[in-house]
Design a protein around this ligand. Structure first.
Ligand SMILES: NC(=O)c1ccc[n+]([C@@H]2O[C@H](COP(=O)([O-])OP(=O)(O)OC[C@H]3O[C@@H](n4cnc5c(N)ncnc54)[C@H](O)[C@@H]3O)[C@@H](O)[C@H]2O)c1
Length: 399
């Protein structure tokens, strides 16, 4: 068993989730090929970095992320900063020969995502984009049902990601409401997660028509003391414009011929992390709601007319990703577990010299879909999504 040195950049919400995963990987996955060592953490200032190191258990701290990228002792660069830094850090880290895991969305724009993918293709290092919801055991179980043909040919995939943390107009203008930092609003922040789930379960999206809206057009300028979503309660009396979407609805066509819809908002009072999907196939249906994330609901045509209906499968040790978690179904899978599985799969890929999914190619394809959604919302027209050819690294016209 060997160790692997991690340099983590960004000690906020995701810095906490990733640090937890690095500590927990050997507890859940034992024996393991590589034991992560929390070597160095970078934050925006020396004080923040020292705090983060003490809190999350890193040996060193720095306010200069470049010193992590330049450090020959660091094997893995983990990017958990706001989106505007993803491309610069990832490209520098890949060029320095590091394995890289980057939070979603891969980048602010499709151009940045394309440059990151090109840098990733130019190395033999492992790259991963942190679409961790794929690793929820119930979501992976849905994939198993689909792959086994249990619901037949997919006809319709509909998904939502609804939250309410931006519904209050007095919530301040955190980085998530600023295009120059975030790139987009609900589209890149949360719709991108259900776009990844849609691709994972129903295949490539070939065309979209979308509308976006920004209901809360200005917010108080952010003061000090941001909370875990980058908000500060109270804010200041100075107002500044919100220049990203806060709501998106889209119809989608899949390359397979299936159709679907995706909706995301951060303004839905009462909805917290309401990631849902429902898939209708020729032989049955699947329903998932992240707020009951141990459960997958399934319905099969073959059950017969007198007993057909949704039934609930509680995920546990017998389900995908479940064996290393808890010994009894429905003890409760949390957000942290998805990050532990993600980290384990990343280190396993590094140990085996194998690629892992979702990688920067998946992050780029999701960015192409985000881009088409934003274009369609502007023009009002159906917009084709180019498909990344993973063999050549080139884009092909939508099918
Ligand atoms: N996978 C998920 O479910 C999920 C959930 C939330 C956020 N995210 C993504 O994770 C990323 C970070 O989001 P977050 O919620 O942790 O944000 P956050 O605001 O809580 O944390 C970001 C941290 O980065 C730090 N930072 C800013 N500039 C820096 C610099 N130059 N060097 C080092 N650190 C710097 C900030 O001080 C802050 O602590 C974003 O890309 C976001 O979209 C993913």
């Amino acid at each position: 068993m060997k160790t692997i040195n991690v340099g983590l950049i960004g000690g906020g919400f995701m810095g906490k989730a990733h640090s937890l995963a690095y500590s927990a990987v050997p507890m859940f996955f034992w024996p393991t090929d590589l034991i992560p060592v929390k070597k160095t953490i970078a934050e925006a200032s020396e004080d923040l970095a020292a705090d983060a190191a003490a809190r999350f258990g890193f040996e060193n701290s720095t306010s200069d992320w470049r010193s992590i990228v330049d450090d020959p002792d660091i094997d893995v660069v983990d990017i958990a900063t706001p989106n505007h830094l993803h491309a610069e850090i990832a490209i520098a880290a890949l060029q320095a020969g590091k394995n890289v895991i980057c939070e979603k969305p891969l980048a602010r724009t499709v151009e940045e995502a394309g440059a990151m993918y090109a840098a990733a293709r130019a190395t033999d290092k492992v790259h991963m984009v942190a679409f961790n919801y794929r690793r929820t055991p119930a979501v992976a179980l849905a994939k198993r049902y689909v792959d086994e043909g249990a619901i037949g040919e997919i006809l319709n995939f509909r998904a939502t990601y609804l939250q309410d943390w931006s519904a209050d107009p007095s919530a301040p203008l955190s980085w998530r409401f600023q295009k120059k930092i975030a790139g987009s609003g609900a589209v890149g922040d949360i719709a991108t997660h259900i776009i990844d789930i849609a691709r994972y379960l129903a295949g490539e999206i070939s065309s979209v028509t979308a509308l976006t809206s920004t209901f809360i057009k200005e917010r108080p300028v952010q003061g000090a003391g941001a909370d875990s979503l980058g908000n500060t309660k109270g804010g200041s009396s100075e107002m500044a414009p919100v220049d990203v979407d806060d709501e998106v609805m889209t119809l989608v066509k899949f390359a397979s011929g299936a159709v679907g819809s995706l909706e995301a908002t951060r303004n839905a009072w009462g909805r917290n992390n309401f990631i849902t999907f429902e898939i209708h196939g020729t032989e049955g249906s699947i329903f998932f709601n992240y707020e009951n994330r141990d459960e997958l609901q399934v319905c099969f045509k073959a059950d017969g007319d007198d007993r057909r209906g949704f039934r609930t499968v509680y995920t546990g040790p017998n389900h995908p990703n479940g064996a290393n978690l808890w010994p009894i179904p429905a003890l409760g899978i949390g957000y942290g577990e998805t990050k532990i599985i993600e980290a384990h799969d990343f280190f396993t890929a590094i140990a085996g010299g194998e690629p892992v999914r979702p990688d920067f190619g998946d992050g780029y394809q999701a960015a192409l879909i985000d881009h088409a959604i934003l274009m369609s919302a502007e023009t009002g027209a159906w917009t084709d999504v180019p498909l990344l050819d993973r063999e050549t690294g080139l884009l092909r016209a939508a099918v």
